[in-house]
Design a protein around this ligand. Structure first.
Ligand code: OGA
Ligand code: NI
Length: 349
């Protein structure tokens, strides 16, 4: 299909056919559980062992949680949201200068997910940026709005600190040394997706993003406070993650699932769109360095029977991820060990 952003300013009165999901794949919003809530964890709590426990429980059961008192300043958050909204309000011609469908580009505006590969499109535009090291990437970021680089870089710095703190808590919750996860992930990359979901004429026929798992290590998501849309899959049921004031939504990505030998879950999640209001979300992804070897520490291998996944580099994983459709199934499945072999040669029980 021809490339086209949907945040161009025209309001659609009907959903173009290329966005309509076949009947069996539609959201079925009436089946979304209204009673479950993902945990909210107070990082300002003085009892570290309690926080570690809460993080561990949330990573095991939901793969998702929200954090409050997280240390990222309100000013950084507000400026980030302001400048992102301003970016999407720019005229279409201005935005289209940054448009690309090539996932290897380190700065681009795009739409849906992987336009060239997918059969049905998603009701989303997104600006994707590489953010670390900032000195390397900031230069290529949008020059318009004029405050973009300053506001976004400040936000990125603060979010990275939060990411490191979370990785320490996650390490400890796995019974590892505080810096074990960071050591395995190497010098981590940081990417950002500023997601913009315009009002959609027929939200029940399509998705903002269909069910997917994030390919990176850890995702730190700033949700739209006023417009809900994120849902996570728990025991086969979709649970809405309602926006909480001053919170970030955190989720485990595929790399932490692999590193934890499957204890922690990179959970399937999706975003809904709605008929009335645009929704914006800002996702920051911490990614292992390209050459990081993703491998579980030995202490985590004895829960079942050896390593669930074969070792791989992040570069190998990322290439595989972008060669597929977003909702084609869990990419990590392709890296699973054939268990019996390991069992036969290594297990005594
Ligand atoms: C993502 C994602 C959720 C949202 O960008 O990977 O899952 O609420 N975003 O936009
Ligand atoms: Ni995601």
């Amino acid at each position: 299909m021809e490339a086209k952003v949907i945040s161009g300013g025209t309001r659609f009165t009907s959903l173009p056919r290329s966005y309509v999901r076949p009947e069996s794949e539609r959201p079925r919003l009436s089946e979304v559980s209204a009673f479950e809530h993902v945990p909210i964890i107070d990082l300002g709590c003085n009892d570290r062992s309690q926080v570690v426990r809460q993080v561990g429980d949330a990573c095991r059961v939901y793969g998702f949680f929200q954090v409050i008192n997280h240390g990222v300043s309100t000013e950084a958050v507000e400026r980030m949201q302001e400048v992102a909204a301003e970016f999407f309000r720019l005229p279409e011609e201005e935005k289209m200068k940054l448009y690309s469908e090539n996932p290897t580009k380190t700065m681009r505006l795009s739409t849906s997910f992987n336009v060239k590969k997918e059969k049905v499109h998603n009701w989303r535009d997104y600006l994707r940026l590489h953010c670390h090291p900032l000195e390397k990437y900031m230069e290529e970021w949008p020059a318009n709005p004029p405050t973009f680089k300053e506001f976004v870089s400040n936000y990125c710095r603060e979010v990275r600190c939060l990411g490191y703190r979370l990785e320490e808590l996650i390490s400890e919750s796995l019974g590892l040394e505080k810096d074990a996860v960071r050591n395995i992930l190497g010098e981590q990359g940081q990417h950002m997706a500023v997601n913009f979901y315009p009002p959609c004429p027929e939200p029940e026929l399509t998705y903002g993003l269909p069910g997917h798992a994030d390919p990176n290590a850890l995702t730190i998501l700033l949700q739209d406070l006023h417009v809900a849309g994120l849902q996570v899959l728990k025991y086969g049921k979709w649970v809405a993650v309602d926006p909480h004031p001053n919170a970030f939504v955190i989720n485990i990505g595929d790399q932490l699932q692999a590193l934890s030998n499957g204890r922690y879950k990179s959970v399937w999640h999706r975003t809904m769109v709605n008929a009335d209001k645009p929704r914006m979300s800002i996702a920051s992804f911490l990614c292992p360095s390209d050459d990081a070897l993703i491998s579980s520490p030995v202490s985590l291998l004895y829960n079942g029977c050896g390593p669930t996944y074969r070792d791989f580099t992040y570069a190998e994983y990322y290439k595989k991820f972008w060669s597929r459709n977003l909702d084609q199934g869990h990419c990590l499945e392709l890296f699973k060990n054939r268990k019996r072999k390991w069992h036969e040669s290594n297990c005594n029980f």
